[in-house]
Design a protein around this ligand. Structure first.
Ligand SMILES: O=C(O)C(=O)C[C@]1(C(=O)O)C=C[C@@H](O)C=C1
Length: 297
């Protein structure tokens, strides 16, 4: 029998435990019900694929971002929001696995950093995590469908052979999410950030950032490029730059506020207005802006 908050103080230990048992039963019934609905979503997606749709990976990070933000917004009481998110992470990850098999690809950066903890927290206790020797191998696993998602360490400015140069208009693999999204692991992995890559369509979550790669002639110094990109696109940040093999141009990974899927021309125009004259510009991803730490306390 559900007790009022005031009445809890009058219950003995058995009474309180009986109350917890009732709540657990209600929660479990809802999990069973939610799972049936997720399986119906999986069946719906199968029908779309059978009708000629392209999407084979069930992961929908924009939808997940909306769910997590709603949870945080409507929460109250003493239960920590980060732990609340983690309960949903497990539920969503386990349910996604029922929709289609799910392997998570990992790789290390040049400093040996990987995102194992972030991957385990985000994709749950059941999904297989496979560590590849190189980012290139992890990337091919995504392209070939041997892994559904990959978690790659956040790019470092100036690193040799950055993984993000594998992204292009010719590949279905995109950056689709940023981790951690809602709360950091405590201890190991606390400082790590990463991007999730998957061969899925980009979708809007309501508060997003877009990533594009632009190729610029090498005569333009990084400082000039940085200033002009900042002047041309409000709120933009350069996440990486690299020289290509021929050495006459460099690639720059730029992170900008807003959702600009399939709208590379917007950036092309902004950079041309700054006199940068980009040779090639591709939108390579978009991600829901993670929930800020202060909204989780
Ligand atoms: O909404 C969907 O597309 C689902 O597959 C359901 C669900 C969920 O459990 O809520 C599961 C996986 C997706 O990444 C997003 C949400």
């Amino acid at each position: 029998m559900a007790q009022s908050d005031e009445n809890l103080a009058n219950l003995d230990l058995n009474g309180l435990r009986a109350e917890i048992d009732d709540i657990d039963q209600a929660l479990q019934s809802l999990i069973i019900r939610r799972t049936k609905v997720v399986q119906a979503v999986g069946a719906y997606k199968d029908r779309v694929i059978a009708a000629g749709g392209k999407v084979k990976v069930p992961y929908r990070p924009a939808r997940e971002a909306r769910i997590m933000r709603t949870l945080v917004d409507r929460h109250n009481g003493a239960f920590p929001k980060t732990a609340l998110i983690q309960i949903w992470r497990e539920m969503i990850a386990a349910g996604t696995r029922l929709e289609a098999p799910y392997t998570v690809a990992l790789c290390r950066n040049a400093d040996g950093v990987d995102c194992w903890e972030l991957a385990r927290l985000n994709f749950g206790c059941l999904n297989e995590i496979v560590e590849f020797d190189t980012p290139r191998e992890a990337f091919y696993a995504l392209e070939e469908g041997r892994a559904a998602v990959g978690v790659f360490p956040k790019p470092e400015l100036g690193e040799a052979q950055p993984w993000w140069t594998l992204l292009s208009d010719d590949s279905p693999v995109r950056i689709v999410s940023k981790l951690p999204f809602g709360g950091r692991p405590v201890g190991r992995g606390e400082q790590t950030e990463g991007f999730v890559l998957a061969a899925i369509e980009l979708e809007e979550s309501g508060d997003d950032r877009t990533l594009f790669i632009v190729s610029l002639p090498n005569e333009i110094s990084m400082d000039t490029a940085r200033k002009k990109i900042a002047n041309g696109i409000d709120g933009s940040a350069i996440l990486g730059f690299s020289a290509d093999e021929t050495g006459d141009r460099r690639f720059v990974l730029v992170d900008v506020p807003g959702f600009f899927c399939n709208r590379a021309e917007v950036f092309q125009r902004a950079l041309t207005d700054q006199g940068l004259d980009p040779e090639d510009l591709s939108v390579v991803g978009a991600y829901g802006v993670p929930i800020p730490e202060d909204a989780l306390s």
